[in-house]
Design a protein around this ligand. Structure first.
Ligand SMILES: Nc1ncnc2c1ncn2[C@@H]1O[C@H](COP(=O)(O)OP(=O)(O)OP(=O)(O)O)[C@@H](O)[C@H]1O
Ligand SMILES: [Mg+2]
Length: 504
């Protein structure tokens, strides 16, 4: 819902404190001013640099104020005195817009005054609108503010921005299809960023080119340090095995489905191809892959982490349909609720979880983890994700496919025998082929340098398999993963078919 639609409803219902979270305060202000003009509301803006301004319907006498406390105290005098018809029909409405006012809320005097103005405002129809990139409402004011989100621009709004940029370039307007891909490329940018990207493309190529916008978007995301846009080679054919997982994702992400997929969690010992799979998912399904860097999200200051996650999720929502990939989840979320945790990971995790449960955008979340015991159980609850898969060490037939893939990639002669590879992961097979090519030695010789994780971390692998058994879906065949330790290599997994009533 647009900012002004939400604001209008709250103002009609006399909510006198409105806290707008926005990364574009100037744009939010512009939208508010335009709306206030249309509705004939009085609107004043105060900030530290420019003082008090009246972009819409100034009152007869303008009070002199130069500090935040004075501006709050002056609020009742900003409202025009109702005259004539106004006096009987409708109360006048007055808005005081305060960009970045959260900076002043550590003063008890300001908090108290704000509280009083907000309580009085319900009667006098004087409204205070704080524009801030964060939700930082002091507890005393919690009940008197409602929070409104200033969303990133919709495709229609982006289209309007592109048209404005193209105003002097009538022949630069792309065809319908190109227009669509242009808007897809710009999704997730703020209005100012989108305008900049369109202008740059025009300056460089005399037309709007999606690839320029993508490039700029990738740069912008990198700079913000919240998300990175993955673009690289590789689809499902670059991965051996994982048949059930591939099939599940292909089906769930088919375009035009009425039910939107939520996401999946992949659990496995290191080197089994989780990260490679998530990256390949983008090329396979034609969706952009946004990588959520959990480490970077944990900002230094209190409140930063939550703001970072919200902003990252907002961008992902705006880029829908897309894939949101969070690698090695447990590293960022360890200690949730535990001692050692200052509440940062708990908040990060809470925000992510509620988004997972509530988001309506077509964003497919895919997370990976090596150690489920560090992940809080809420993560795997059914309504949040569509499936939790366990990717076990590849069985003989899968290893065969993986050998073939990397022999081809590293140009290794077909007549070279394959070394003993019991319990090897895909990563170990790849590394053996790479070493063989690099050192110009046989695969058997190269294999001497490979120490399988199944041996170095045998206990962790056993624990993980045990945990996954009966809880996770198997990544390589349909049904639940069931671990039976005493069985040999190829029959290690006994899989229950989906038709099994215990699975439902
Ligand atoms: N089944 C597979 N088919 C082809 N390549 C594979 C397979 N499994 C792993 N690899 C290769 O091994 C390398 C390491 O895999 P990847 O990083 O995806 O493992 P991971 O499960 O994410 O490990 P970690 O838990 O350590 O992050 C990648 O280059 C990947 O392509
Ligand atoms: Mg990985």
């Amino acid at each position: 819902m647009s900012l002004v639609t939400q604001l209008n409803d709250y103002i009609n219902a006399a909510f006198s404190g409105l806290w707008v979270t926005t990364v574009e305060p100037d744009e939010a202000e512009r939208e508010l001013v335009e709306h206030a003009r249309r509705r004939q509301w009085t609107l004043a803006v105060w900030d530290l640099a420019r003082g008090l301004r009246f972009p819409a319907n100034a009152p007869a006498t303008v009070p002199q104020v130069d500090d935040p406390l004075a501006v709050l105290k002056a609020l009742p005098t900003l409202a025009p005195v109702p005259t004539g018809e106004d006096a009987t029909t409708s109360e006048p409405t007055t808005l005081l817009v305060l960009p970045n006012f959260h900076r002043f809320l550590n003063s008890p005097e300001i908090v108290q005054n704000l509280f009083e103005q907000l309580v009085a405002g319900k009667q006098s129809r004087t409204f205070i609108v704080v524009l801030s990139p964060v939700v930082a409402i002091p507890v005393e004011l919690d009940r008197v503010f409602v929070v409104i989100d200033h969303a990133l621009p919709t495709p229609d709004q982006l289209g309007q921005i592109a048209q404005d940029v193209l105003a002097d370039h009538p022949d630069g307007i792309p065809t319908n299809r190109a227009w669509q891909s242009l808007l897809e490329a710009a999704a997730g940018l703020t209005r100012a960023e989108a305008e900049g990207a369109f202008a740059l493309s025009l300056a460089r190529h005399d037309e709007l080119r999606p690839e320029v916008i993508w490039e700029l978007k990738a740069q912008t995301l990198r700079k913000q340090n919240l998300l990175t846009l993955h673009r690289g080679p590789g689809d499902f054919t670059s991965l051996g095995g994982l048949t059930a997982l591939k099939d599940f994702c292909r089906r769930a992400l088919q375009p035009g489905r009425s039910v939107k997929p939520r996401g999946a969690l992949l659990l496995s010992p290191p080197g089994c191809g989780k990260s490679a799979f998530c990256r390949a998912l983008g090329n396979e399904t034609g969706r952009p892959v946004l990588t959520l860097d959990i480490g970077n999200l944990m900002g230094g200051l209190v409140g930063d982490t939550e703001r970072n996650v919200r902003q990252a999720l907002k961008i992902a929502d705006a880029m829908s349909p897309c894939i949101l990939f969070a690698d090695e989840l447990e590293k960022g979320l360890s200690g949730v609720g535990g001692s050692g945790d200052s509440g940062v990971s708990t908040r990060l995790f809470g925000t992510l979880l509620s988004w997972l449960a509530d988001h309506e955008s077509d964003v497919f979340f895919i997370g990976t983890a090596n150690d489920i015991s560090r992940l809080p159980p809420e993560f795997t609850r059914a309504e949040r994700l569509d499936a939790v898969f366990f990717v076990d060490l590849p069985v003989a037939a899968e290893r065969q496919t993986i050998w073939q893939l990397y022999r081809r990639q590293y140009d290794i002669a077909a007549n070279q025998p394959i070394p003993t590879d019991t319990d090897w992961t895909g990563a170990e097979i790849k590394s053996c082929c790479r070493l063989s090519a690099l050192l110009d030695v046989s695969l058997t010789e190269a294999a001497k340098n490979v120490v399988p994780v199944a041996h170095t971390a045998a206990e962790a692998v056993a624990k993980l398999r045990q945990w996954a058994s009966g809880r996770c879906l198997s990544a390589d065949r349909p049904g639940l993963y069931v671990h039976s330790p005493e069985a040999g290599d190829t029959s290690r997994r006994k899989v229950r078919r989906p038709a099994d009533p215990q699975n439902n």
